[in-house]
Design a protein around this ligand. Sequence first.
Ligand code: SF4
Length: 293
Amino acid sequence: MKCSVCPRNCSAERNINRGICGVGESFKVARAAPHFWEEPCISGEKGSGTVFFSGCNLGCVYCQNFEVSHDAFGKEVNEKELMKIFDNLIQKGVHNLNLVTPTHYAPMLASVLSEYKSPVPVIWNSSGYEKSETLKMLEGLVDIYLPDIKYFDSAPAKKYSDAEDYFDYASSAVLEMYRQVGDIETDENGIAKKGIIVRHMVLPGNISQAVKVFSWVAENLSTETHISVMRQYTPFGKAKEMPPIDRKLSSREYKIVKDKILALGFENCYFQCKESSTENYIPNFNLEGVDLL
Ligand code: SF4
């Protein structure tokens, strides 16, 4: 069957060949391990149970997980093996199951999650470049959405992700996510049980995108919505030769963004410190948690 799961609509017959997302019809996973560098209500003290899926339907030039997203590094696993990966993470005491870059596996994950009754919240951690009709199949199966809104304007979306229609899709997707789960609710320990956190990584030389994105969130979701304003950008891959994203974000740029976002009236903001902009925070993609089946 020709695939139209995501906005690329590339019509790949995934049982025969790979789509633009770089994978066929099997799950492929690069790493499954507790992760401690998500937002505090997600990572808590015990970590978030991240499952990094291989391939990506967006493919940003600056991706920090390039080998996993662009080169689709990982190991193929079937549904039962994926559930075993989930079990192993839960046994480690993680606060949640965090499905990272899951968009291109959405129908298959809906099937797995319908059968697998997770005792911890399930997180959909995505680029935002997805169809709202695809997300509808996840209603009741996903507890927490962690979408990026990467761009507001089509020019940077085209330049950095070859997706000039990015915001049209991401805005509809985020509205669908918000309809399903609403704002963040936490337990007595401050750990998220349900809701959405909208993320945006501020790109050097592109700070107007951050302000436009969060202005849209304030107008279309709520100023009570949790937002995460990320400053961890470090140039990778082709981005090292693409000014202005060939450098890190300056402190001045981040301060301008921070001041403007606070002025919008948001009550639940996560900001990052300068030290977050380092390769040290990139996970080691070595099949940890995948190769132990
Ligand atoms: S999910 Fe992959 S194969 Fe399907 S339309 Fe998107 S890029 Fe193409």
